[in-house]
Design a protein around this ligand. Structure first.
Ligand SMILES: [Zn+2]
Ligand SMILES: [Zn+2]
Length: 244
């Protein structure tokens, strides 16, 4: 078995020109889910999957760069595709903000509030959640098909680790929002050095750094993360595909 991850957007905070914020299409076990729906993700998603074939949505936290395109996916599902009871898993805060924009989420969506340590089955995939070290209640995710596993840090500071899942992570999508020399101000995000060190300590197999802000020196982030990880790392780019 295998899991394929397609980056639908990976900019931290706001999208640069022509780009998109956080969103990842995860396919495995015959199931297709999207992890986060930041601004721009809705457009990029349709390059990679027919919207009618999307099985579920997972939203990690209520910061706008991680969920606001849910509001327009709702438009397509409700008025254009007539989809109903589509599973969506998100934090209670994210649900409250979605309801403030959209009103009642039923019947298009079947929303489940998620919390730390929850484990859910979505078709052929199992998704576990772990609360991170961030400004609002934020859940990292581990997605497995029972054979291999992908980890997604969402947004976190240095007081969280992929080790919290207590299970192997073959491929980690880990945020690196800051450069190492910005660490004193990087209270609840990670630098490349911090991401690399954390993933090394957690025994991550392969590290992809993501959530770099627009205009960031990607090569600088990559070098700092690789030095701390002890192996080469990859930098997420929109439309990149990772298979494990
Ligand atoms: Zn973010
Ligand atoms: Zn955030």
């Amino acid at each position: 078995m295998a899991i394929r991850v397609t980056v639908l957007g990976c900019a931290g905070g706001f999208p640069g020109a022509g780009d998109a914020c956080s969103g990842y299409l995860v396919e495995g076990g015959g199931t297709r889910i999207v992890l986060d729906l930041g601004p721009g993700v809705m457009a990029n998603l349709q390059h990679h999957v027919d919207l009618a074939d999307l099985d579920a949505v997972v939203l990690s936290h209520c910061h706008p760069d991680h969920w606001v395109d849910f509001t327009v996916l709702n438009t397509a599902f409700t008025y254009n595709l007539g989809r109903t009871e589509v599973p969506v898993y998100g934090t209670a805060e994210t649900r409250e903000r979605a309801e403030a924009v959209l009103g009642d989420l039923a019947p298009t969506w079947s929303w489940t509030d998620i919390a730390d340590l929850d484990v859910i089955a979505i078709g052929g995939l199992e998704v576990s959640f772990s609360v991170t070290d961030h400004y609002v209640y934020t859940l990292a995710a581990r997605v497995t098909d029972g054979d291999v596993a992908v980890g997604y840090s969402s947004d976190t500071g240095p007081d969280w680790s992929f080790a919290a899942f207590g299970a192997p992570i073959d491929l980690a999508l880990c945020e690196t929002t800051m450069r190492t020399d910005e660490e004193p101000d990087a209270v609840l995000h990670l630098s490349g050095r911090q991401a690399g060190a954390m993933c090394r300590a957690a025994g991550v197999g392969r590290l992809v750094i993501t959530h770099l802000p627009p205009g960031a020196d990607a090569a600088g982030h990559e070098a700092e993360a690789a030095e701390a990880f002890g192996h080469p790392v990859e930098v997420a780019r929109t439309h990149a595909v990772f298979e494990i």
